[in-house]
Design a protein around this ligand. Structure first.
Ligand SMILES: [Zn+2]
Length: 438
């Protein structure tokens, strides 16, 4: 048993001073007020580990590059495909490890990796069809982050159009072939603290009659199911033309909505879509810094919450990796859209970034500082230039802090704190290698 003394902590009972916690086998076995003697001191404000519920690790190579020459959505997509075409299992592993280390450095202890880069450059599978997935599992292991590998079915360039160009790397041909590959991945990784989940890339990339196989696999394994939903207006228009209903309507028809499901973005929704997502308790995974970067729009986060759809957060394209920024962006974007303040209390945003996020990845016992939960503890400096004088409570975490204020990270009781300078060197090296390859 290892004992920690938290100078100040955000718990289900609010912010408390002087909390003594015992950790046994990665789990919190005692959480009560106490004295620091004999315990490891964590000075500052400690919050539960953060969950980054939507990541494409390889997009990290695009930061600061896709914004050149103004950077439209289409120039972004071209560069994204360029990187996707260059990656070998080796480069994918190295980039993902550096990206996950960046995440850990800002207090993220679980990541949901929306993984669709499955096959070789010409579309044929590697001798082990899950070689690219293995690269991610190893990367997560080495970085010390908990991984939900959301293996993504991607079969089409658009509704009724076969994969084009680099997209052949993404496609298994049919959803049944996808399920077969994922089944063997699930068997291989079950013992490695990896949660294998399912993903439908989008209603554009998986034909409606194929979706049922993905949904069935997730149901059979009681696994998380993630899907990009209504990120852009054009997607809704194509869907209405082909299926005479919205993307949310299609997901409802194929039985894809529910509390194990996360609708990623959920930006352009009808009133009926909000009701459908809320009634089924589908998670709404917002990625505000990416949605901002791509010019997607502002989704109805608070209306979804009122309807019953819990909020979760992701950094998606990694234009920014900082869940503190994502948390406040949800409220600040609502303010801009509504021209009024006060939609989300800070505590609810922190709950979305911690417990609710982990739950949506299939990690039910992670994300709270309470007995029986995983010992994921993230400590913030409350005396930095950003945080000093802010009260050191949940409002500090949500409206003042940045990832740079994270001074200590425990995942399952293991100290995974990163040396930030070191992470920078590793990122620089691998991103250069990628752009210089070929
Ligand atoms: Zn995405």
């Amino acid at each position: 048993v290892t004992s920690y003394w938290l100078e100040r902590a955000w718990t289900p009972d609010g912010t408390v001073d002087g909390l003594r916690v015992d950790v046994h086998d990665g789990v919190l076995t005692k959480v009560e007020p106490g004295q620091p003697d004999g315990a490891i001191r964590l000075a500052g404000l400690t919050v539960p580990g953060l969950a980054n519920c939507h990541s494409h690790a390889f997009h990290r190579a695009l930061r600061g590059r896709t914004q050149r020459q103004r950077g439209t959505f289409w120039s972004w997509r071209e560069q994204m495909y360029d990187v996707a075409a260059r990656l070998t299992p080796d480069l994918y592993h190295e980039l993902a490890r550096a990206t996950y280390r960046e995440m850990v450095s800002v207090g993220i202890t679980s990541v949901g990796e929306f993984h669709y880069l499955h096959h070789q450059q010409d579309g044929t599978p590697y001798s082990d069809a899950n070689e690219m997935g293995h690269a991610l599992v190893e990367a997560a292991c080495e970085a010390g982050i908990r991984l939900a590998l959301l293996d993504t079915c991607y079969l089409a360039a658009g509704i009724g159009r076969p994969p084009e160009g680099v997209q052949v790397r993404f496609s298994d041909g049919t959803a049944e072939a996808w399920a077969e590959r994922v089944e063997s991945a699930d068997r291989a990784w079950r013992d490695h603290r990896v949660r294998v989940g399912a993903a439908v890339h989008s209603i554009r990339a998986v034909p409606r009659d194929q979706m049922k196989h993905v949904v069935a696999w997730a149901d059979d394994h009681y696994a998380p199911l993630h899907v990009h939903l209504s990120e852009q207006v054009a997607e809704n228009e194509a869907c209405l033309a082909a299926y005479a209903t919205t993307p949310t309507g299609v997901l409802e028809e194929v039985g894809a909505l529910g509390p194990r499901t996360s609708a990623v973005h959920a930006t352009h929704l009808t009133d009926a879509d909000v009701v459908r997502l809320g009634r089924t308790r589908t998670n709404a995974c917002f990625c505000p810094t990416t949605e901002r970067d791509l010019g997607d729009g502002i989704g109805p986060s608070r209306r979804l919450h009122h309807a019953g759809a819990p909020l979760t957060l992701g950094s998606d394209s990694h234009a920014v990796v900082d869940l503190f920024e994502e948390m406040r962006a949800v409220e600040l974007d609502e303010r801009l859209a509504s021209q009024s303040r006060g939609h989300w209390p800070a505590a609810e945003l922190l709950e979305a970034a911690t417990h609710q996020g982990h739950r949506s990845l299939g990690f039910d016992r992670v994300g709270r500082i309470e007995v029986g939960a995983a010992a994921d503890l993230v400590t913030l400096d409350t005396a930095s230039a950003r945080t000093a004088g802010t009260g050191a409570d949940e409002c500090t975490a949500v409206f003042a802090a940045s990832g740079a204020d994270v001074v200590s990270v425990l995942r399952d009781g293991v100290d995974v704190t990163q040396d930030v300078a070191d992470v920078g060197v590793e990122l620089d090296r691998v991103v250069r290698r990628i752009w210089e390859s070929r």
